[in-house]
Design a protein around this ligand. Structure first.
Ligand code: ADP
Ligand code: ADP
Length: 224
C-alpha cells in the first residue's frame, strides 16, 4: 500500500510562492494501476515528482508498506513524458544501463522476451534519434520493466504519441504490466486513458490542486 497523507507542496521563487497541492490524501493499493487526472496546472506532475523523490520539500507523509517512500529505500521506475533516453547510447544500452547501474541482475530470458514483446529486436543497434516517437517510448517501457521496480510512475507517458501509436503502446504496456503487477501511479490529463487503464482514478482540480474524488472501476479485471 502506498499512502499519501495530507500532502501539500508550495514552490518558492524569491519571495513569490505558488501553492501546487493542498492537503492531498490518497491510498494506493498494491499491485494496481492508479490513475491521477485533472486539468493542466492542478499539480499532477508535482505529485509525481514527490513520489519519484526528486521533490523533497513538502508537507505531509508519503509511505510505502509503512516505510517512508524514497528512491534510496525502494526501486522506483519512471517513464517520463519525453522518455529520457540517453542520445549517445544505442537502444540496447539504453534498455539495460539503468538496471546495470543499480547492479541488478538482468535475466537474459526476460530481456529477450521484453524486447520481443515490444518489437524492438531489429532496433537494438540504433541510436534514439534514429527511432520514431513510438519506438522511443517502447524503449523506455523495456528499460523500466527490466528495472523490476517496486513502484512504477508514468508521467503523461502516452501523450506525445499519435492516437493509434498511443493505443498500441497502451496495449503493450498493459500486457507487460500484467506479468509483473507492479504498483503503478499514472498521471494523465486524458480522462479516457485514465479510465481505460486503471482500476482507480483520482481527480485533482483547482489551484492549489485538491482531491475532488476517487472513482473505483466496478470491474477492473474485465477491462484488461
Ligand atoms: P500539472 O502537472 O497538473 O499540469 P504541475 O504540478 O506542473 O501541474 O503544476 C502545479 C502548479 O505549480 C502550477 O500552478 C504550476 O505553475 C506550479 N509549478 C509547477 N512547477 C513549478 C516550479 N518549478 N516552480 C514554480 N511553480 C511551479
Ligand atoms: P511507430 O508506429 O512504430 O512508432 P512510425 O510509423 O512513426 O513508427 O515510423 C515508421 C518507420 O519509420 C519506423 O520503422 C521507423 O524506424 C522509421 N522512422 C520514423 N521516424 C524516424 C526517424 N526520425 N529516423 C529514422 N527512422 C525513423
Amino acid at each position: 500500500m502506498l499512502s499519501i497523507r495530507h500532502l501539500s507542496v508550495t514552490y518558492h521563487h524569491g519571495n513569490a510562492e505558488v501553492k501546487a497541492l493542498e492537503d492531498l490524501s490518497l491510498s494506493i493499493p498494491e499491485g494496481e494501476i492508479f490513475a491521477v487526472t485533472g486539468p493542466s496546472g492542478c499539480g499532477k506532475s508535482t505529485l509525481l515528482h514527490v513520489l519519484a523523490g526528486v521533490l523533497t520539500d513538502y508537507n505531509g507523509e508519503v509511505r510505502m508498506d509503512g516505510r517512508p517512500l524514497s528512491p534510496q529505500q525502494f526501486s522506483i521506475g519512471i517513464v517520463p513524458q519525453q522518455y529520457g533516453l540517453l542520445p549517445w547510447k544505442r537502444v540496447r544500452e539504453n534498455i539495460v544501463l539503468p538496471a546495470m547501474l543499480r547492479k541488478d541482475e538482468i535475466d537474459a530470458a526476460e530481456l529477450e522476451s521484453t524486447i520481443e514483446i515490444l518489437g524492438l529486436s531489429d532496433l537494438l543497434h540504433r541510436y534514439p534519434r534514429e527511432l520514431s516517437g513510438g519506438q522511443r517510448q517502447r524503449v523506455a517501457l523495456a528499460r523500466v520493466f527490466l528495472q523490476r521496480p517496486q513502484l512504477l510512475l508514468l508521467d503523461e507517458a502516452f501523450a506525445a504519441l499519435d492516437m493509434l501509436t498511443a493505443e498500441k503502446s497502451r496495449q503493450l504496456f498493459l500486457h507487460l504490466w500484467d506479468k509483473h503487477r507492479v504498483t503503478t501511479v499514472m498521471v494523465t490529463h486524458n480522462v479516457e486513458e485514465a479510465v481505460a487503464m486503471s482500476s482507480r482514478v483520482a481527480i485533482i482540480s483547482g489551484s492549489p490542486g485538491r482531491l475532488v474524488d476517487v472513482f473505483e472501476h466496478p470491474d477492473a479485471d474485465v477491462i484488461r
